[in-house]
Write a protein that binds this ligand. Structure first.
Ligand SMILES: C[S@@+](CC[C@H](N)C(=O)[O-])C[C@H]1O[C@@H](n2cnc3c(N)ncnc32)[C@H](O)[C@@H]1O
Length: 307
């Protein structure tokens, strides 16, 4: 595309074909989709418009913008979402930057499990999202349950700024409070208890870092990695969450399928019952859930707690 750029008239379709082949040769999984997203972004239109305009010539300035995006995607392996600055999650457009994890479809499994546990749309309940990143989970729940009050926390102030912006753009900011700090720190002082705690914490094992897709190098390490086996955040989360659940409250955490038995064990050891697992679109256990007993822990002898 670069060499012939000055001698040939490039149409939308020419650019899509050339770029799709270029991305495929570079081992990108979804070459045509990526080419369409980037060209639509460079032209300031949506993807459907490209199909209407297949034969339309692309101006030099637009092509220069597109060429730069193609270079970043093909060579530097920057994820498309970071190049275009947004990603759709739970049918909501979310702004994303290099300060946050790009929300993944797998995480919709967690949202679905949490909403199934609170099926009444008009229910009023208190929700805590630990490690909110772009705000994906907190915003999806707030949107689906318009009377829920949500606290969304993160270690990273830069991530919280992105989440706040998303909440404002989606008109949900009045029901979401943001807190900065590790795990339950932001809510510990107030003695708050939640009906629902959700979290997609970092859970990638540091020992796997070398074998990961190059795209992950553009996302924050604190959003991905958690110690040698990936459980440095999951473990304290599972061990402490019971103290922040209201009686009858539920927790759902996203994890690597291989971590599920250990996380279920930590939740049970912390006195939680009704342990459930939830599979993602690939059929893998992606989420573990648990429930605090309806009676207060103090009123129940420990030997009678549900295992
Ligand atoms: C895997 S990302 C998930 C982001 C978002 N919830 C999602 O599902 O797309 C994990 C997030 O947890 C945050 N985080 C990492 N360690 C944390 C900790 N100890 N306490 C609170 N947040 C943490 C990271 O900054 C990051 O935003």
């Amino acid at each position: 595309m670069a060499a012939a750029a000055n001698t040939k008239t490039w149409t939308v379709l020419d650019l899509l074909r050339w770029t799709t082949q270029h991305f495929a040769e570079r081992g990108i999984d979804t070459p045509r989709l990526d080419a369409e997203c980037l060209l639509a972004h460079a032209l300031g239109c949506d993807r459907l418009r490209l199909y209407v305009d297949f034969e339309k010539p692309v101006e030099d300035a637009e092509r220069a913008r597109f060429r730069e995006l193609v270079r970043e995607r093909g060579q530097a392996r920057v994820p498309v979402a970071l190049l275009v600055g947004s990603r759709e999650f739970w049918s909501m457009p979310l702004a994303v930057t290099r300060d946050v994890l790009v929300p993944r479809p797998d995480t919709e499994t967690l949202v679905a499990a949490a909403l199934d546990a609170f099926p009444e749309r008009e229910a009023s309940f208190a929700v805590l999202d630990v490690g909110t990143g772009s705000g994906a989970i907190a915003l999806a729940i707030a949107r689906e349950r318009p009377k829920a009050l949500v606290v969304a926390t993160d270690l990273s102030p830069a991530a919280l700024a992105v989440a706040r912006g998303n909440a404002e753009r989606l008109g949900l900011a009045d029901r979401i409070r943001f807190g900065e700090g590790s795990l339950f720190e932001p809510v510990a002082a107030g003695g708050e208890r939640f009906d629902l705690v959700v979290s997609n914490p970092p859970y990638v094992a540091e020992r796997d870092a070398a074998s990961l897709a190059p795209e992950l190098g553009h996302e924050p390490a604190t959003a991905l990695f958690a110690g040698p086996d990936g459980t440095d955040v999951l473990r304290p989360l599972a061990e402490q969450v019971a103290d922040f659940l209201a009686p009858g409250g539920r927790v759902f955490v996203e994890l690597d399928p291989a971590q599920a038995p250990r996380v279920a064990g930590w939740l049970a050891e912390a006195g939680l019952g009704e342990i459930t697992t939830h599979r993602d679109a690939a059929g893998l256990v992606r989420v573990v859930g648990a429930r605090r007993e309806t009676q207060t822990a103090e009123a129940v002898p420990s030997g009678e707690r549900m295992e």
